[in-house]
Design a protein around this ligand. Structure first.
Ligand code: ADP
Ligand code: TRP
Length: 327
């Protein structure tokens, strides 16, 4: 199967990105042909400083490599290294009904959050469809918040295939129920844009302050508590064995347990889970040239696939290019 996913380099990555998406990306690379990329064109809708965009992009690549992405097997690349994606975006725009984009909740949410409603923000799902379709991807592993974007992609692919013949594969979203929505320290979905995230590479006092500051209700130590609505429990259970999860669940319901205790265990688990990755990330930071090499090679491999698919797309719509590309 061909697996593809992207992450915007629009801030530092958090444990919601890890459990909701990247852990699945890494798990799927063993048995599949995987393509993962930094969605740099998408990030341009929010990141306006060129130096920052470049640095964040390299940072996300380092995150992937530190977490165990194998660049020999898996294609890791920057979206702009395949400029055909923007060409496909235009062609797809011409089969995308306005109503489909007007119903997209992420656009409305972003405008409500204060972003300037420019055309890039509105057309964002068409660019995402191009990302997915240009590699004939079968599976797209993402968190719940991306479900609608994958549905839009399917609709656009179907519209194109109906009009021009079966060029595109209709992709499926791959969303794990247990990690579909990881909560942030304030109980809302963890997100860079809400400032409620726990950074994947946060450590020491900063991490401790973040975990101890997780918002809980005002129940006293003796009160029985509901684990399933409690952020520390929901985060802890991402990392505990089923037996330990059951134990904490019973302790919540029985009463006699304070939130401080759960948070301490959560902190330990975060340290255990992420400290090996931090070490690896520091090594990569000392060798940015290696990361650049991985990305150029990834871009080359991705573009080769996209190039062949674009040839079929141009033929299908009646826009073949009439000269050979310059060497
Ligand atoms: P953010 O909302 O922080 O900007 P992105 O939109 O860059 O995150 O998300 C990158 C990937 O991580 C996507 O597949 C997204 O669905 C997933 N993801 C982000 N936040 C969460 C979360 N809180 N829970 C589960 N998955 C998430
Ligand atoms: N929109 C996605 C997000 O914000 C990032 C993204 C861009 C993506 N293109 C993609 C995800 C293609 C999956 C497939 O998280």
């Amino acid at each position: 199967m061909r697996v593809l996913s992207g992450i915007q380099p629009s801030g530092r990555l958090h444990i919601g990105n890890y459990f909701g998406a990247m852990r699945q990306h890494l798990a799927l690379q063993a048995e599949n042909e995987a393509y993962y990329f930094m969605a740099t064109y998408h990030a341009l809708t929010t990141v306006k400083d060129p130096a920052e965009l470049r640095a964040l992009t390299l940072g996300v690549a380092m995150d992937y490599l530190a977490l165990g992405l194998d660049p020999e097997r898996t294609v890791l690349f920057r979206q702009q290294d395949v400029p055909e994606t923007t060409e496909l975006t235009w062609i797809l725009s011409c089969v995308t009904p306005m109503g489909l984009l007007e119903r997209a909740t992420s656009y409305k949410d972003k405008v409500a959050a204060g972003l300037i409603p420019n055309h890039g923000l509105f057309a964002y799902p068409v660019l995402q469809a191009a990302d997915i379709l240009i590699y004939l991807s079968d599976i797209v592993p993402v968190g719940q918040d991306q479900k609608q974007h994958i549905e839009i992609t399917r609709d656009i692919a179907q519209k194109f295939n109906n009009e021009y013949g079966e060029v595109f594969v209709i992709p499926d979203a791959y969303i794990l129920e247990e990690t579909a929505v990881v909560p942030g320290v304030d109980g809302r979905k963890m997100s860079k844009s809400y400032g409620n995230e726990i950074g994947m590479f946060e450590e020491g006092r900063a991490l401790e302050k973040r975990v101890m500051g997780i918002v809980t209700d005002s129940a006293g130590v003796e009160d029985p508590k509901d684990p399933e609505t409690s952020t520390p429990f929901l985060l802890l259970k991402l990392m505990t064995s089923p037996e330990e999860t059951d134990e904490w669940s019973q302790r919540y319901r029985a009463g006699g347990m304070g939130y401080g205790e759960v948070k301490k265990r959560l902190l330990e688990l975060l340290e255990e889970t992420f400290s090996p990755f931090r070490e690896k990330r520091r090594e990569l930071e000392r060798d940015p040239a290696y990361v650049e090499d991985v990305l150029s090679e990834g871009g080359r491999r991705a573009r080769k696939v996209a190039h062949a698919v674009m040839h079929s797309v141009r033929e299908a719509v009646g826009l073949p290019i009439s000269y050979s590309p310059p060497a």
